[in-house]
Design a protein around this ligand. Sequence first.
Ligand SMILES: Cc1ccc(Cn2cc(C(N)=O)ccc2=O)c(C)c1
Length: 317
Amino acid sequence: EKQAQTKIAELKSLLNQYAHEYYVLDQPTVPDSEYDEKLRELQKLEEQFPHLITEDSPTQRVGGEPLEGFVKVEHRVPMLSLGNAFNEQDLRDFARRASQGVDGEVSFVCELKIDGLAVSLTYENGKFVRGATRGDGTIGEDITNNLKTIRSVPLTLKEPETLEVRGEAFMPHRSFLKLNEQRKENEEEPFANPRNAAAGSLRQLDPKIAAKRHLDTFLYAVGEWENNDIATHSGRLEKLKELGFKTNPEWRKCSSIEEVMEFVEHWTKERPNLDYEIDGIVIKVDSLEQQEELGYTAKSPRWAIAYKFPAEEVMTK
Ligand SMILES: Cc1ccc(Cn2cc(C(N)=O)ccc2=O)c(C)c1
């Protein structure tokens, strides 16, 4: 049995590495058949030795019986909403207010604003222990089992960190189109857009249904992070990626509002070429100390803003 334990541990870490390469880095190093073969080997060993199955085994992604309902979860650090900017002047006003509210130079981080569902992921000593929806920002719903089915959500981090991260769960265009084709074939109402499809998928009480929806994640913020002294938001994004999270690769540090405007113009043009929906650009002050100095209004941070793309005229046929 000792050998079985060693073999199970080896297969588990190999399979989790392959899945990280495939779902998070989008750079698989082995063919799907190799992954499948090793997964079957692990499944056979776990059937033989069920007491050796661990929570973070790749065989445990789609677990749990359908729920009767969702348990409420309180966010220790509220998940706030962002103020909006609709044009260049709004952005210049934001940048000026930020610069006036702090000492020293201000640099920004620009990120794509993914049009999905905001979620919170909690890890204790590097293990995924709970996932929740944003809800009203203070109280969300526990959707741990549904989030475990999302292959880009790491079940184990590369270091035993204790932290709570926030990000977007979303449905890529390809998955959205395939899902709506299936729904039409089953004479079900198609989803209006990928955001509704993602929300509907995460609200499923049965994880087996959520697992079929091929959702994905990009992580972009931190609630609490035990014993972490990283001084900038960009530094945090880099560390989250090292830990095994999927972060959006398009973020950029911008040292002036001109660079912010370039980023906004670039992605206004490039937006149709992305495999997922974005509804704007998020601009944040990079220094965490300056974020602290700027603080919050009643409902939003003063150190971040969401530039919203102009709503597209839907050409009525
Ligand atoms: C049969 C089969 C097995 C695996 C996959 C997808 N996939 C591939 C890898 C890989 N190549 O590193 C890792 C995890 C994973 O889920 C598909 C689509 C079909």
